[in-house]
Design a protein around this ligand. Sequence first.
Ligand code: UD1
Length: 350
Amino acid sequence: MLLNRNMFVILITGGTGFLGSHTSLVLLEKGYYLYIVDSLDNSSIKTLKRIKEINHNYKNQFKFFRGDLRNKELLRRIFINAKDSGKIISGVIHFAGLKAVSDSIKNPLKYWSNNFLGTLNLLEVMSEFNCKKIIFSSSATVYGPSNFSLLNEDSNINPINPYGKTKQAIENLLTDVFNSEPEKWGVINLRYFNPIGAHESGLIGEDPLGKPNNIFPILNQVASKKVDKIEIFGDNWGTPDGTCIRDYIHVMDLAEGHVAALEFLLSNGSQCININIGTGKGTSVLELVNIFSKVNNVEIKYNFTDRREGDFAVVIADNTRAKELLNWSPRRSLEAMCKDGWKWHRKIKH
Ligand code: UD1
């Protein structure tokens, strides 16, 4: 079915964050009208300015609301604002949430409150306004250890930290909500692997506040000499070079995956599905360090330290379902991820 995208208004929660901003951009390019809500706790309002720099016409294509999903009145205000301007929010892409694993171990209440209560409120307000299509930002973190095989959506679910447990709980909540009215709800849980890189313009990218935990922002900091070296967590993992293997995916491929999922939901109606968003290809930490250094012509100093608690040797997606159901495939190379991510870092940070 061909969708008339100009007819659809979509609410993006967490729309100024790393994944939310890139997905918003792709939706704007396709002609959707967006309501964007974000607390700006871990992102910047400047992102919206930069989206408008990429294309001036986008300024008339979205409205921004600052706030937290635990504020139900704010959510209601958004739906009422849409109604009053003759728009109906057809679906929600729900990115908003906290995502630092170590922080979640120290502050589980903060994670359950933000991630779980925020989602509960969102679903209640969506229900009130009869908006029953949702794409949820889940994570490969919901899976247990993989024994070196590709993870498919039926692989064992066994998150080991509070962050991952909130993702699992929200998936379960969404399943219950769907089962209560299967003819009305549409739910897709997208389980992301390791999104890195930035938009090709270098104008938007990942901008973590405070000290980053994920590998890619750390590589950027080492390349720009803000940090002396990267500590590689373990060199004895039983992989070919001894370092952990992950499935890195370009954030623009991931953003396009959301549009494919949204359009699938809008045209196919009621369902509740889990879909992996990864490339299906594994890259070791050492390989990533070497490729980053080579394509950007920068030095990346590193040393090996102990394994990080909670890491697995190999995490790679089986992305067959995404390819078959959504007719989506990742297109961008690891070299492009490293180039685009570094371009963003140099342009914005220095
Ligand atoms: C991590 C989280 C995961 C979360 C995801 C996105 C853990 C155990 N997993 O995934 O739950 O969904 O981020 O936020 O925290 N590495 C180093 N040195 C560093 C940083 C990372 O060697 O300084 C290695 C790690 O051991 C890993 C790889 O780089 O093998 C990727 O790490 P990271 O970017 O943190 O992602 P994940 O651990 O895969």
